[in-house]
Design a protein around this ligand. Structure first.
Ligand code: BG6
Length: 483
């Protein structure tokens, strides 16, 4: 059951992902009930499904699509009305028999977070979660607005689902190269030995976007980059980079290692926030040769808005492995390029035999390219060809894409598939959510207490405010370029 079936997420991501799984034969016995507020006929809804898949996947064949859409039906729903849930239950019970679904039911909440709690409570009260098979809840972010509201939401959800039935989506965890962080770390003898404060000087995680806030002003005004990207995607990547090797690659073992990282993150006191975190808001500027407006001029945005569209920060992990190694994170809208990259910078060699006035040895870097290109680059130094004993930087690169026959599945496709198999590895557990909120709450508290007097403080099309560069300069580092 997809709640929010007429919405953007369902159309852009969920229907196409389900279609890909269907094409691969991964949806054997299934039916989908689209649940939405609007009144639509069954035909209109099926047509929506067909349209959204054909838009998302060029070349998808029509005959096949009609059959796919025949597994879908629509229920026009009032989320507050028990009789509407009773109708939904009847539909689900009939489909269960018709398609031999063994009483298994997955509820996907692809809608505004204020409805998550009430829906979960109704699903329980009105008998929809009373099933013979398994029941699972897939839930989209934002999971609360701060720790307190997240706790409240969690309690509501837990009236109907136990923790291991809740699949909290962080779509970054479905990205092939984010999943690759573990493989790179734990299947290579050469990295794991060096993966600590003796050999690594700093780690930089950048997720930059070219797009502005688009038509999401209303949501974004209450979230900002901190809640939209840092609390979830950015801190999740840090946790994967910093965690200890799990005993086994099972959801529980991985989660318990990630949780330890969150617990080791140095809490930052409100008074010293400026030393660790900087914020930005985009002004107008040139993006891909087009003049674009400032954030404050966007639709549904307060003309005096104090919402940040950029965050850079220094996360310190106070444990044995990472003491003293800054994890710099940076994310923002209307930046120079669309790119997510991780740069692991190794410490300088103890003595540089090649360091002549005309020549500097560059540090070794391991770059994990998350998107748009997917791959790994290792920056080394080697002897320059020719007579002289000179060192020159070289790069060893591996690209995940461009391998014939291999098509990286979309994050959503993988995550839906995992949830159908009951594999919660790449979903966020409540403990992680709670700990990341308590880390982020301090930052928002500090920023709410002292609204920025500088906004807008970076021009669209640049890499953010100068304070983000100064954050690293103070420590003797700089951001490695991301494009
Ligand atoms: C979402 C945020 O979670 O991630 C968006 O709400 C952001 O604001 C998006 O644009 C970025 O995702 P991706 O996969 O394009 O990097």
């Amino acid at each position: 059951m997809i709640f929010g079936a007429t919405g953007d997420l369902a159309n852009r991501k969920l229907f196409p992902s389900l279609y890909r799984l269907y094409k691969k034969g991964k949806l054997a016995n299934f039916a989908v009930v689209g649940v939405g507020r609007r009144t639509l006929t069954q035909e209109q809804f099926k047509q929506n499904v067909v349209n959204s898949v054909s838009e998302a996947i060029a070349g998808s064949k029509n005959d096949d699509l009609e059959t796919f859409a025949s597994y879908f039906c629509y229920h026009s729903h009032d989320v507050t009305d028990s009789s509407s849930y009773a109708e939904l239950k009847n539909i689900a019970d009939e489909l269960d028999v018709k398609y031999s679904l063994n009483g298994n039911r997955v509820f996907y909440l692809a809608m505004a977070p204020e409805f998550f709690g009430p829906i979960a409570i109704h699903l329980n009260q009105d008998g929809l979660t009373d099933v013979k098979g398994y029941k699972r809840l897939i839930i989209e972010k934002p999971f609360g607005h701060d720790l307190e509201s997240a706790k409240e939401l969690n309690e509501q959800i837990r009236t109907a689902f136990s923790e291991d039935e809740v699949y909290r989506i962080d779509h970054y965890l479905g990205k092939a190269m984010v999943q690759n962080i573990e493989t790179i770390r734990f299947s290579n003898a050469i990295f794991e030995n060096l993966w600590n404060n003796r050999y690594i000087s700093n780690i930089q995680v950048t997720s930059s976007e070219v797009l502005g806030v688009e038509e999401r002003g209303r949501y974004y005004e209450t979230s900002g980059a901190l809640r939209d990207m840092v609390q979830n995607h950015m801190l999740q990547m840090v946790a994967l980079l910093a965690m200890e090797p799990p005993i086994k690659l099972t959801p529980d073992e991985i989660r318990s290692e990630k949780v330890k990282v969150f617990r080791a993150m140095r809490p930052i006191e409100v008074e010293e926030m400026d030393k660790y975190f900087v914020r930005g808001q985009y002004g107008k500027g040139l993006v891909e040769d087009l003049e674009v407006p400032s954030y404050r001029e966007e639709q549904m945005v307060d003309p005096n808005s104090n919402t940040e569209t950029f965050v850079a920060g220094k996360v310190m992990i106070d444990n044995f492995r990472w003491a003293g190694v800054p994890f710099y994170i940076r994310t923002g809208k209307r930046l120079e390029s669309k790119s997510t990259k991780i740069v692991v910078q190794f410490k300088d060699i103890p003595m540089n035999l090649y360091n002549r006035p005309d020549q500097e040895i560059t540090p070794n870097l391991l770059v994990i390219h998350i998107q748009p290109e997917e791959g790994i680059t290792l920056h080394l130094n080697a002897k320059k060809a020719g007579q002289n004993m000179e060192a020159t930087p070289i790069k060893l690169s591996y690209a995940n894409t461009g391998i014939a026959g291999i098509n990286t599945p979309e994050a959503y496709e993988k995550l839906i598939d995992d949830s159908l198999h009951g594999d919660a590895t790449n979903f966020t557990h409540w403990d992680e959510v709670a700990l990341s909120w308590s880390y982020v709450d301090k930052i928002s508290q500090a920023w709410e207490q002292t609204p920025s007097t500088q906004f807008p403080n970076y021009a669209s099309g640049t890499m953010g405010p100068k304070e983000a560069d100064e954050l690293l300069e103070k420590d003797g580092f700089f951001w490695w370029p991301v494009n």
